[in-house]
Design a protein around this ligand. Structure first.
Ligand code: NAD
Length: 459
């Protein structure tokens, strides 16, 4: 396997060295072809997402395919501006000079993606990497095999293997890939694997983006309008069966409204997925039996107030609400990543602060309140990846909002221009004429320093 991987990687190195990817019009042409190829395979992509995760046609279009179209559109619209050499003002000490910044590709990049949004999370980083002129070796998830296969089909049709290549396999393959020397590694997945990837990257001082998980708190104060709050929480939590990195992991609710909110959430669940969600086309499935077993073990012995039905073989896990009285519950240890929503009540807002600090730094933080100023102050007082006042998950939909974690939830940002920036080295240089050479910087300094001080005071 090592030799096969080496051949693939060497081929990408030669491709990058050939400077083919430097041609911006070539990048544009390929991104256009990518869009066409995705359009032509839309049905197959949706079928694959349905087989892997039970995603409905509507959900897979909204959360996977449309997202990718937008990213391609933004890249195509802006790539010429993004790649243009930019002039900046020169510094006094360098007078006279012309100073520039140019966005250059890092070179050969490795992308490792997870199974939960297997299409979007593989293609979106790739769009920015290609727009910036990097080669891409993509290792998609071994758990969402149908989507991984269609990814390979589409990408191999559009790109030469030297530019973009999909390598299939599990942790062993991904781990071996990380042992090679890369110019950039973009990893999306769990915190534990993220640490392994970062350690391997450190050997060659390779820059990394780590898009990891987190336990995302969602706070609801007594002023929140309960109907719309319930609607937005249910949508953010139970889309893709809770297998969303920025889904609210648990609720912290003012005890004054807790039971009313729970009733609204129950109503909303029935409105969305019916009395028996296993029969609903709109409700997805858990990725595999291993994850089903993990989720089932989490609710054992807990106070289930809604749901709790599971069918391991069918990978069906009913939307489930659990009341929690203390943080020692095993539900409150790690990221749940499934359709189980723990609900914790509070009397004093000081307790909210303690809970949020315990799970610092989450990938997302949400607050529902009518008091927008309070909501702003709240969000601005904690470190977290991204978040929202009076909604969940939707910040991901604005390409002008950089997406990524901080601390435990990751490092680096992408989406829209941020993806292009992630995969670009902003190289500065300046240019000077030879006909003039002001003596200011050369010793002996004598009075030059006084002159310099008076000059600096004036500007
Ligand atoms: P995972 O970490 O198990 O696997 C992710 C990828 O890493 C897979 O392709 C896998 O083959 C590969 N991998 C496994 N072992 C490896 C190793 N030793 N070295 C290198 N690569 C290795 O994660 P998952 O179960 O596929 O995805 C779920 C996790 O991903 C959750 O924690 C979720 O929060 C997180 N996630 C984060 C984001 C984000 O944008 N921040 C998005 C989606 C998912």
């Amino acid at each position: 396997m090592d030799n096969t991987l080496k051949t693939i990687i060497d081929n990408q190195k030669d491709y990058f060295d050939s400077k083919k990817t430097i041609d911006v019009s070539f990048r544009i042409a390929l991104l256009k072809s990518l869009k066409i190829e995705i359009e032509q395979n839309e049905n197959e992509i949706q079928k694959a997402l349905n087989l892997d995760l039970g995603k409905s046609v509507g959900e897979s279009y909204l959360t996977e395919i449309a997202f990718v179209y937008t990213e391609i559109k933004i890249a195509l619209k802006n790539i010429k501006r993004w790649t243009k050499r930019r002039s900046v003002r020169s510094s006094l000490l360098n007078f006279p000079s012309s100073d520039y910044i140019i966005a250059e590709p890092y070179g050969n990049t490795l992308h490792i993606s997870p199974w939960n949004y297997p299409f979007q999370l593989s293609i979106a980083p790739l769009i920015g990497a290609v727009a910036a002129g990097n080669t891409v070796l993509l290792k998609p998830s071994e758990y969402s095999l149908n989507t991984s296969a269609i990814l390979e089909k589409i990408l191999s049709k559009v790109f030469d293997d030297g530019f973009v290549k999909v390598v299939q396999g599990g942790a062993d393959v991904a781990s071996k890939l990380c042992d090679f020397k890369w110019d950039y590694i973009f990893f999306t997945g769990s915190v534990n694997v993220g640490k392994i990837v970062a350690k391997k990257a450190a050997k060659y001082l390779t820059p990394v983006t780590l898009e990891l998980g987190g336990k995302n708190p969602c706070v609801i104060d007594e002023t929140a309008s309960l109907k719309v709050t319930a609607k937005r929480i249910v949508w953010g939590k139970f889309t893709n069966c809770g297998q969303t990195c920025i889904a609210p992991d648990f609720l912290i609710v003012d005890n004054k409204i807790k039971s009313n909110l729970i009733e609204e959430i129950k109503n909303q669940l029935v409105n969305t997925y019916g009395e028996n969600p296993i029969e609903s086309n709109e409700y997805g499935r858990i990725i595999n039996v291993k994850h089903m077993n993990y989720l089932s073990s989490l609710i054992e012995g807990e106070k289930i107030i809604f749901g709790g039905n599971v069918d391991i073989e069918k990978k069906y896990f009913q939307p489930t609400l659990i009341e929690i009285d203390n943080l020692n519950s095993k539900l409150m240890e790690d990221e749940i990543f499934g359709p189980i929503l723990p609900i914790i009540g509070y009397d004093d807002f000081k307790d909210v602060d303690k809970i949020i600090k315990k799970y610092s730094h989450p990938l997302a933080l949400y607050i529902f309140t009518k008091n927008i100023n309070f909501g702003r102050k709240f969000l601005e007082s904690y470190p977290f990846g991204g978040g929202a006042i009076n909604d969940t998950v939707v910040h991901v939909a604005n390409d002008r909002l950089p997406f990524g974690g901080i601390g435990q939830s990751g490092m680096g940002k992408y989406h829209g221009e941020s993806t292009f920036k992630t995969f670009s080295h902003y190289k500065p240089y300046l240019s000077k004429p030879l006909w003039i050479d002001p003596p200011l910087r050369y010793p002996p300094f004598k009075n030059k320093i006084n002159f310099l001080k008076s000059l600096l005071k004036r500007i």
